[in-house]
Structures are given as structure tokens and as C-alpha cells.
Design a protein around this ligand. Sequence first.
Ligand SMILES: Cc1ncc(COP(=O)(O)O)c(C=O)c1O
Length: 362
Amino acid sequence: MVDGLGEARALFDPAPGTIYLDSATYGLPPRPTVEAMHRAVDEWQAGTADWVRAWDMRGEDCRAAFGALIGVPKECVALLPSASVGVGTIAASLEPTDSIVVPDDEFTSLLFPLLVAARDRGLSVRTVPFERLAESIEPGTTTLVAFSLVQSQSGRSADLSAIVEAATASGARTLVDATHAIPFVPIDAQVDYLVCAAYKHLLCPRGVAFMYVAREHWDELPPVNANWRSTSDPYGVYYGGPLDLSPGAARFDVSLAWFSWVGAAVSLKLLDEWRRHGILAEVSGLSRRLADQLGLIQPVGSVVSVPVENTEAVRADLAEAGIKAAVRAGSVRLSPHVYNTAEQIDRAASALSRHVLQSAVT
Ligand SMILES: Cc1ncc(COP(=O)(O)O)c(C=O)c1O
């Protein structure tokens, strides 16, 4: 029998002795990604690269791979440097009559562009408990629901289909930040907008992010960052008008930080292969195993947040076991990926078990 996870794991080089469980902070790159980036830098140094073919067009590979990962046509995907740039574009389309629902404690890259629009244009942003998003949509009043599908701080997942159903019935749109969901949580409902930073669970370099825009909204968002890359002929015309925009969501592209996209093309291709071979489902199994051993609710995605009694004691025990995780006041966030093993998960569970806040245990 082929050990899919084992084959995938062989492509990574975490430091010896380190159990890396912090993909929600930044994901580790597979070796072929790093090699492609080294080659690009060498060609840059030597001045030998054909920048269009070798570097810029890798963005098109990424557009197609991201579309395949979430099951949407590539024409609906824009290439961005960060999630907030996508939210800023959507925020630029909002009007004083808009009424937006967001969860309490939403990540600022999603929340702040909306708050800026509220401050400058007078639209309303209402915060509600994360688990009450669907029922907080007011028919005829709410025009947009914006939320992280998986919360970065807690690993909790929103009920995507219930929210989309309530939004559709009420005439509201949905803006999903799927940064901590993809590639482990299926996007199985028709959303209007989706943003995703790729440097975490998509194992890409920083500077790579995506925005999905449903076809019917292409003409409604202002392409505020229009540039040579977002035209119908990116490598043809660089000077002068008239305004020319890509017919698809590429009109929202921001010109690419080349080396990051060279690496991203390789990581995304591998992720798509792993998804098709069921290897990503095995990662979700690792997260469930961890939650089970600690007596916590099983996550829908890969992120497990462990409420703890004493953060400093936890930090010491994790260091002793060589475990890298995100330790915050009152909790530890662990986020497995293909580079982790069941044995590592068991070691993390045993390092953490005595620290788990008993009131969180189910
Ligand atoms: C939910 C969420 N969205 C987006 C990001 C990244 O945002 P940006 O790409 O704007 O830096 C993070 C980073 O931690 C995040 O947790």
C-alpha cells in the first residue's frame, strides 16, 4: 500500500528535532517550491530570465490551481498580494445604505476595510456572535455578511450553508475569508466573494493571496488597483489609454511579486494532487485525533485551539518536546499539515494534556 502522507512528508525539511504544528502562522514550503524559487533568484542574479514566461505567467498556473482547489472557474479568481487588498476592493463598492453583519472579534484584515468604509461613507457594520451569524441576517436590511469560515484564534468553523441560505433568502451577499479553511474545508455553498491568504495552509510564500468574485459581481466592484497586469492583454500594451480591463476577475489582479508566485505555483500543484489522492483528508484526521486525545470538540478543518490554565508552563513543556505551536494568552493553537505524523500528534497531546482547561473538555 502506498503511504500517501509519508510520500508527501518526504518533501519537507523541518529542522531536526522540531515538531512543526504552526501552519496557521505560516506553512512550510515543500522542497520543490524552494528549489523553484532558488532557480528564479539565480536567473535574476544572472539576468538570464525571460520574466514573462519564467516568472509572471506562473500567476496563471496559480489562478487555475486555486480555482481547482475550491471548485470554481479560474476566470472568477483574482491574484492579490494579501487578503486585505481583496476586502478593500469589495469595501470600495459599498454605499451608505449598506448594512453589514460581521462576527465579534473578526480578524482585522477582513474587518478594518469594512470599518474604514463605515467611517468614511456612513454604512453600518454590526457585530454579532460567531455562532449566530445566520440568524442575525435581517431580511431587507442586511446587505452583506462577512466572516472567516474558520476562525484563526479558535479553529471554530462557521456553518457556511446555513449562512449562505439565510443570506440568499434575505437578498444579502456573502464575503468569506477562507484563509484557515482551504484546503481542508470544502467550499460547498455558492458565496459571492471569497478571499484567502496562501502563506499558511496553502504552503505558499508570503505575497500570494486570492479573491474569488462570482461572475455576476465582476462589473459591480471597482477595480481600484487597475494596472498593466489587470488588462485584457497584460504583455501587450503598457502605456496610455483608453482604459482596458480583463473581461474576468483578473481585472482585480495586482501585479505579482514574482518569486513568491513562482514558488506558489509549485505548492498549489502539489496540494491539488494531495487533495485528489485523499492525503489532505488524512491531515484533517490528525487534527481530529489531537482534539480527541485532549477531550476537545473535533474541528471541521485543521486548526485545533487548546484552552490552557497556565500559558508559561505550557510554553516550557512545548519547548521541551520540540513542538512549535502558537501560544497565546490562555490558549495554544496547533495546526497540523502533511508534514506531521500521528506519532507527533500523540506527543503534542501528551505534552498538553495536563494543561488543558478542564471546563473546555467535552
Ligand atoms: C483570518 C485571516 N485572514 C487573513 C490573514 C492574512 O491577512 P493578510 O493577507 O491581509 O495579511 C490572516 C493572518 O493571520 C488571518 O488569520
